[in-house]
Design a protein around this ligand. Structure first.
Ligand SMILES: Cc1cc2nc3c(=O)[nH]c(=O)nc-3n(C[C@H](O)[C@H](O)[C@H](O)COP(=O)(O)O)c2cc1C
Length: 244
């Protein structure tokens, strides 16, 4: 096993050596190595269709064409709150902890949320950072979703999105407690928050697209973060789906 001097060093070794691929290796069919493919199947009860969450899950799909329309400010607030909003304070053996709408290993919350917006009623277009404590936005700079098209490897699907959420990780927040395992946790946590955004988007009548293909250095540069201790992890575009 490769031994690095410290957790951050090993984390960065993987992080920086996992850029979007330039070519594809041999395709593996989904049937390859399917677990217990020969075993008898015990059928499960049909999934009830009147379940609210089931209904949201069924409707979620990737949207790659958004309409050039406005989104209400309350919708932006709901999307941010779904991802990382605070839902109360919990007293655990005399220690007060913040509860949030998505789980975090050890309650350390290593994910930061940036959002590049355009066409949100009552809010100037540009890039903001979300502060869950106080449920507010900090102005970062003037970057709108179309400024991210090139860093997103020319995926111009985001051009008319109302909001492009960019999740970043402050690695040492988790690594100081969980060492290299913390890197896994950070990626899981970005996934939890992303799913909350996708489902809230459905609830609000909006569409979403998760984007993992991007040039790390360019995105980190736009956000003004160092890309080492604090780096971009995942993007989600949200807007009104263009009818075909
Ligand atoms: C980690 C991750 C990264 C993804 N990156 C991209 C991307 O860069 N561009 C894109 O068009 N779709 C991207 N997608 C969306 C997938 O292509 C999509 O979820 C998949 O085709 C299934 O379709 P559905 O979302 O409509 O169910 C990504 C999805 C995930 C989970």
């Amino acid at each position: 096993m490769y031994k690095a001097n410290e957790p951050l060093e090993l984390t960065l070794l993987y992080h920086w050596n996992s850029p979007p691929p330039t070519g594809y290796v041999k395709q593996v069919p989904a049937t390859e190595m399917r677990y217990m493919s020969e075993a008898a199947v015990i059928e499960l009860p049909a999934v009830p269709q009147d379940n609210y969450l089931t209904n949201l899950l069924r409707q979620r799909h990737s949207v790659r064409a958004f309409q050039d329309t406005e989104m209400p400010l309350i919708s932006l607030g709901q999307l941010l709150d779904a991802a990382c909003g605070i839902n109360g304070l919990h007293d655990v053996e005399g220690h007060i902890f913040e509860g949030r709408n998505s789980p975090s290993a050890g309650g350390l919350y290593p994910i930061e949320m940036f959002v590049s917006i355009q066409g949100v009623t009552g809010l100037s277009a540009g890039l903001y950072h979300y502060e869950p404590r106080g449920h507010g936005l900090h102005w970062v700079n003037e970057s709108v979703p179309s400024d991210f098209v090139e860093p997103l490897l020319h995926q111009d699907y985001v051009a008319n999105a109302n909001a492009l959420f960019i999740m970043t990780g402050v690695f040492m927040r988790s690594l100081h407690k969980y060492s290299t395992r913390g890197y896994r946790f950070i990626l899981f946590e970005a996934g939890h928050q992303a799913q909350n955004i996708c489902l809230m988007a459905v609830e609000l009548g909006l569409g979403s697209l998760c984007l993992g293909g991007f040039n790390d250095t360019s995105i980190n540069h736009i956000l003004g973060i160092d890309g080492q201790r604090h780096a971009a992890l995942y993007c989600i575009a949200v807007g009104t789906e263009k009818s075909s």
